[in-house]
Design a protein around this ligand. Sequence first.
Ligand SMILES: [Fe+2]
Length: 417
Amino acid sequence: MSPSAATTTPANAAETPVELSEIEQIVTKLAKSGIKNPRSASKGGFADSWVENLPATTKARFEKYGIDISQGYPQRPPTEDIPIFVDQAHAVRDKEVPYIERAKNADPEKKALFAAAKEVKNLTKHIGTEIIGLQLSDLTDQQRDELALLIAERVVVFFRDQDLDPKIQADLGAYYGNVEYHPQQVHVPGLPGTTVIWQDLLIKLGLNIGFKNNVKAGTSQWHTDLTHELQPPGITHLHNDAIPDVGGDTIWSSGYAAYDKLSPAFQKFLDGKKAVYFSAHNYLDRENPLKGRVNVEREHPIIRTHPATGWKSLFVNRAMTRRIVGLEPRESDLILEYLFSIFEKNLDIQVRFNWKPTKAGLGTSALWDNRVSQHFAVWDHEGNEPRHGTRVSSLAEVPYFDPESKSQREALGLSLN
Ligand SMILES: [Fe+2]
């Protein structure tokens, strides 16, 4: 190491310090090969002048709750924290941390939660419940536990007309698990674990999204969030504070019900198998930077057991599941394609939700169990009206398969035909 070279130690990747001299050498190689410097595409700090583009309802929410946007919006993690190499990205969270399953403490009848609501409405038979007349910010810990159990059972729970302080959203997320801090996603200033979900910004940053090709919007495809994590999110809370007048719906599909759609013989074949899941973002391989950008990959069980309900769930998704471990590539492709189609084609195990509040100026929250679901954001508003949200993902347990666990229908005594 030359005397002038320094070491940068990303906060989240403390065990993989990167020598700047090494980066310089690699960047020089990349420049020679025509691949751009990955740092330039991963600039940290505040984005420039996006405050003026913030939807009025979002701005009003931030002003009311003292979110400081005077230095710009949204906030990016510091440049030095943004991983360049895939081993750094992998190391951001590669040690198991303790997790408390709040739903396990809950009253199975959820009396405290239901008594406080004006109405509790199941939106379909198998998935999705809306709670009316209750503010998330008013929940006691007992009600929070009961809500966790309701989310685990119904997969996704909705709350319209919410007046929600982003700091309370962050606090609720921290109650439900270890809040995910993404090493490069933009977040609300001062709240690193509160990710900004704002497609207008993606368009501004150069994503070419249109009516004919809106998969690039990132969320307009079936997916489960952050499945490459060692402890992928359990409860995930998206609060939309700017909602199109028409459209901008989201659809969820149940992993419990997807498992119950399979034959006993096929269930038996899949029980205990693992798959490889990969990250949405990609990085350079330190050993071979010229091979292009690669994803973080991690193995998890294809069928996982939910720690609170004890029910089995099919845990694959088209966007982030690469292959089934132990199978030939063609076998894996064929089986995965079929498994993805179970979630995507069976409308009876889906719920489609329109976020519009009944009172102008208020927002709507969806809290889903990311362990037992997929979702799809419908981009039919085409960016013509603002859609802005803040998302907190609570990382849960390391996924596991308990061979003694039952399917949802088996446990509830429903017909298995
Ligand atoms: Fe998502």
